[in-house]
Ligand binder design. Structure first.
Ligand SMILES: Cc1cc2nc3c(=O)[nH]c(=O)nc-3n(C[C@H](O)[C@H](O)[C@H](O)COP(=O)(O)OP(=O)(O)OC[C@H]3O[C@@H](n4cnc5c(N)ncnc54)[C@H](O)[C@@H]3O)c2cc1C
Length: 404
């Protein structure tokens, strides 16, 4: 049997792509292949659960456009499928002069991105959040929270309902492209498709290599470690509380996030991971370490970000350092409030010159499209990303090999 489309990866991007392929061409044969027993086992199931509004991203970038569309699409999808979400809003809090200046730039950018934000002074901030202190803040009302595992499972049900197949526990170990098909090996059986889309997250570079293309980037795992507040602190904040991000850094900083199941997480930080899919702090995978140690881009990136890297590693080990970051805007927090919570691991593509890829990155051949980088907010943006990828797959015939 030849499928029209094989999709590697049962995270939110893979499922959304499969769903959009089926929506665009009803009746086509689609199979999703996921190596873990459960869907959403990696980034999609280990994130902050935030439906981002898209205030941060460069106007006109794919990230900005897709995030705005994704915020609405995610909420519509949840409404249609009875999935719980809450539009609790987010406060980005500035605590000193430098952050106030950056906050003003962020407010301007939000305006250009067409997102409704409210400038909040210190007194109003206290009214909105009595346990949060800051000089000024930006209120983003449309930001929400959701469980992306639930969203992914519902997408899988829709894929099956539309005639698609979702196979779990099926690891792709080989890919061969010929003039008219793509053959995929898995330990149990082979699959043949006319076209292949890979949305392999933390394994994106390796799956691209399986597909016959030597990647010009590496996936570097960045752990996002969280703490969780004890139940008696459940009402500490009612909005998402974010620091003002440093524009030089790709990650957003330690934030307080109420979750849809009634907890509050603190985090995530961003520490170099020694295992792409190992969640305990002590997890080490020698192949993963060897992969980044041998990659020249990693050393260039490390040199350029040495100070931040050391500070993040220190705060990862020393709880007081981590606590200090959150206490900047939530001074009541104590060390006893920070209870362990499972980490997430970001798949960050780094190029040979050491630059981190901040936007989506695709690589393709005549019959394959590989999502090389799908950074945050790709969970929020997953529905329009899937639509975009489905469109790219369709006009792949004339596509160049690589595209940003
Ligand atoms: C700590 C953290 C916090 C985040 N917070 C947010 C947030 O609040 N809001 C937001 O919008 N985004 C957030 N993100 C980003 C978001 O979670 C990711 O961008 C998104 O989940 C990426 O989805 P994906 O499907 O590309 O990857 P994944 O969810 O990682 O899925 C890839 C899948 O491919 C499978 N796979 C890999 N290789 C193979 C193979 N050979 N054969 C078969 N299957 C294979 C993997 O097992 C995996 O299930 C966060 C990410 C992290 C890590």
């Amino acid at each position: 049997m030849t499928y029209d489309y094989l999709v590697i990866g049962g995270g939110i991007v893979g499922l959304s792509t499969a769903l959009n392929l089926l929506r665009g061409q009803p009746g086509v044969k689609v199979a999703v292949l996921e190596k873990e027993r459960d869907l959403a086992a990696h980034q999609t199931g280990h994130n902050s659960g935030v439906i981002h509004a898209g205030i941060y991203y460069a106007p006109g970038s794919l990230k900005a456009t897709l995030c705005r569309a994704g915020e609405r699409a995610t909420k519509d999808f949840c409404d249609a499928h009875g999935i719980a979400y809450a539009t609790i809003g987010k406060l980005v809090v500035a605590t000193d002069d430098l952050e106030v200046a950056r906050l003003h730039r962020l407010r301007d950018r939000a305006g250009v991105n067409g997102i409704d934000v409210e400038a909040v002074d210190g007194a109003r901030l206290r009214e909105l959040e009595p346990n949060v202190a800051g000089r000024e803040a930006l209120l983003v009302r449309s930001t929400g929270i959701v469980d992306y595992r639930a969203v992914t499972r519902a997408m899988a049900e829709d894929v099956r309902a539309a005639g698609g197949e979702v196979h779990t526990g099926v690891e792709v170990t080989g890919i061969r492209e010929t003039a008219d098909a793509v053959d995929v090996d898995t330990p149990g059986r082979g699959f043949r498709g006319r076209r292949l889309v890979a949305c392999a997250g933390l394994q994106a570079d390796r799956v691209l290599r399986l597909g016959g293309v030597e990647p010009d980037f590496r996936i570097i795992p960045f752990r996002g470690e969280y703490y969780e507040l004890p139940p008696q602190r459940a009402g500490l904040v009612t909005h998402l509380i974010y620091p003002v991000p440093d524009p030089e850094l790709p990650f957003l900083g330690v934030h307080l996030s109420p979750t849809i199941d009634g907890r509050i997480t603190v985090g995530p930080n961003a520490v170099l991971g020694l295992a792409r899919e190992g969640y305990p702090k002590t997890a080490v995978n020698l192949r993963d370490v060897a992969d980044f140690v041998r990659f020249p881009g990693m050393w260039k990136f490390a040199r350029a970000n040495l100070r931040t890297g050391i500070a993040e590693a220190f705060n990862s080990v020393v709880k007081a350092g981590y606590l200090a970051q959150a206490r900047k805007y939530c001074p009541d927090l104590t060390a006893a409030d920070l209870r362990p919570h499972v980490a997430g691991i970001r798949a960050q593509a780094i190029m040979r010159d050491g630059s981190p890829v901040e936007d989506f990155l695709l690589r393709r051949t005549a019959r394959q499209v590989h999502v090389a980088n799908a950074p945050s907010p790709a969970a929020t943006s997953a529905l329009p990303i899937g639509e975009l990828i489905a469109a790219k797959v369709l006009d792949n015939k004339h596509a160049p090999l690589s595209e940003k």
